[in-house]
Design a protein around this ligand. Structure first.
Ligand code: NG6
Ligand code: CA
Length: 520
């Protein structure tokens, strides 16, 4: 039984009259507890760009719920995801370790084995160690089971999120555009349908199963623009091959409703004890196919509809907190896993319908890129009563510090070797401290590292291609020479001043070299 429940029971056992001082003391203690150990919710959008929210200057789309969340706390203007794609970004957020320290943290297939190993100390372990109940809901994309390709999806998985600190999980194994298209609840397929056993392969198709490439006439919901032409589920073709699933298969249009329902249930069940919820929305990743009540409503088409669905999702979580009477006791952090992408493989007209909207805001490059657009993300932090309203912070922040910051706040002990790269910047997150990190490290999808300071951006030389080679029209930020940009002049990396500012280049290269060599 945790301390909070204990206090509650003690209060019940106390006589209602005759002991007012004792009851007062209990109340005081309880308040103290919720200040020391607030509920923590991380809402992570998928591919939500810096410029995709109205409170960050989005055009053509309204995000009233997220605007309200921002008004209730702090809107950060210089926050960075650790990487420009999902798997490395999420790996780092949940472990406090730069993904580039390992060579197996790139965009994971739907049948990847668990990338975070059970012996690692995760953010969920950290909260659990301080008596929190923990959960992960929504997009996972960090592998499941012991070994890649070896999972038996018809049985409990031998390794799942329970092994890395999550008491409860209701997740998509990878992304909505990758098989298996089923939810996994506590390590087994949710709503498992015994009449339709599940097989998954990323190598070859199963006999008799239609693919998007061969049967485009079966793609009644969305067609690919590049890739994504393998297994067909719900009239949409995906990456990877799959057979079976039956009643357990998701319908893309219900994903948001489904994960919201599970999140609200978890909050209701745990409203009387501290909880940590890692809530990873599927929006606005491809395939963008929101519920009909959002679909076809926004001028930017499906991508705009998905932003509205994401906003609705945030509204549902906030309303649940209010209904349950725990808003004042809950720290909410909203961000995104990487920068935006417009055409990411489905013919959803996202490119044609932008109408002047800039998904990456003022930044150059998109998801995948070494330019700022790859990793510059929105960050909103709210804790009513504890964080002042209506603040904007220009402090330089990296998601690598979330674990260290939250952990030091709840006074968690970090086992030796855990959280190697995170630093405590809780003061900045709570708005007490205007300064942020001296520098952040960013990783592009091509493994090019950059260093950002409040003033400068350095991109290390790379021989890789200038444009993403597989479809989307995105600059990689690669150049075989060092690049240095003065971000205080313009946030759009346009003038490479590396030759003129060689001493700055030298300093930033030194930072990178030291970070790379750490722990070796
Ligand atoms: C790419 C996919 C893209 C998306 C991305 C991962 C193709 C052609 N493109 O390989 O659609 O799924 O991986 O996105 O397959 S992330 O946000 O989860 O990192
Ligand atoms: Ca993503």
């Amino acid at each position: 039984m945790n301390t909070k429940t204990n206090l509650y029971l003690t209060a019940l056992l106390l006589p209602a009259v005759g002991q007012p001082t004792a009851i007062k003391a209990e109340k005081l203690k309880k308040n103290q507890l919720s200040t020391d150990r607030p509920n923590v919710i991380i809402i992570l959008g998928d591919d939500v760009g810096y410029g995709d929210l109205q409170c960050y200057g989005a055009k053509n789309v309204e995000t009233p719920h997220i605007n309200r969340l921002a008004q209730s706390g702090i809107r950060f203007t210089d926050c960075h995801a650790i990487a420009a794609t999902s798997t490395p970004s999420r790996y780092s957020l949940l472990t406090g370790e730069y993904a580039w320290r390992r060579d197996d943290t790139d965009v994971a297939a739907g049948n990847a084995g668990m990338i975070i190993r059970p012996e690692q100390f995760t953010m969920a372990d950290m909260f659990k160690s301080k008596g929190y109940t923990t959960c992960a809901i929504g997009k996972w994309h960090l592998g499941l089971g012991d070994k890649t390709g070896q999972q038996d999806w018809n049985a409990p998985l031998p390794q799942a999120l329970g092994d890395i600190g999550f008491d409860y999980s209701y997740i998509m194994a990878a992304t909505a555009d990758r098989v298996p298209c089923v939810f996994i609840e506590n390590g087994r397929v949710a709503n498992y349908d015994p009449s339709a056993p599940i097989s998954v392969s990323y190598k070859e198709n199963f006999k008799g199963e239609p693919t998007g490439a061969e049967h485009p006439e079966q793609l009644y919901n969305l067609r690919p623009s590049h890739g994504h032409d393998m297994a067909i589920v719900n009239g949409i073709s995906r990456i990877g091959y799959m057979k079976g699933g039956g009643k357990a298969l998701w319908k893309d249009e219900n994903i948001a409703d489904s994960i919201v329902a599970h999140a609200v249930d978890f909050m209701r069940q745990n409203k009387d004890r501290p909880f940590f919820m890692y809530f990873a929305s599927n929006d606005i990743h491809v395939p963008r196919f929101p519920h009909p009540r959002f679909r076809g409503k926004n001028a930017m088409g499906l991508r705009g509809d998905a932003i509205v669905q994401f906003d609705w999702t945030v509204g549902q979580i906030m309303q649940a907190l209010e209904r349950l009477g725990i808003s004042d006791n809950t720290l909410v952090i909203l961000s995104s896993d990487n920068g935006p992408v417009v055409d990411d493989g489905y013919d959803d007209k996202a490119e044609q319908l932008l109408n002047g909207h800039s998904p990456a805001g003022p930044f150059r490059g998109h998801k995948y890129s070494a330019f700022e657009g790859g990793t510059a993300v929105p960050l909103i932090v709210s804790w009513p009563g504890k964080i002042n309203k209506n603040q904007t912070s220009t402090a330089l922040i990296s998601q690598i510090d979330l674990m260290a910051s939250l952990g030091s706040f709840i006074k968690a002990t970090f086992p030796k070797g855990s959280n190697p790269d995170g630093r405590d910047h809780m003061g900045t997150l709570l708005g007490h401290d205007k300064a942020g990190r001296p520098y952040v490290i960013e990783q592009s999808s091509g493994h090019v590292l950059s260093v950002r300071t409040p003033k400068w951006k350095y991109i290390e030389p790379s021989d890789g291609p200038k444009m993403i080679p597989w479809g989307p029209k995105i600059e990689t930020g690669n150049l075989p020479l060092p690049q240095l940009y003065d971000m205080s002049k313009t946030p759009f990396e346009s003038e490479n001043v590396a030759e003129r500012q060689s001493s700055v280049v030298f300093q930033l290269q030194n930072i990178l070299r030291k970070e790379r060599n750490k722990g070796q």
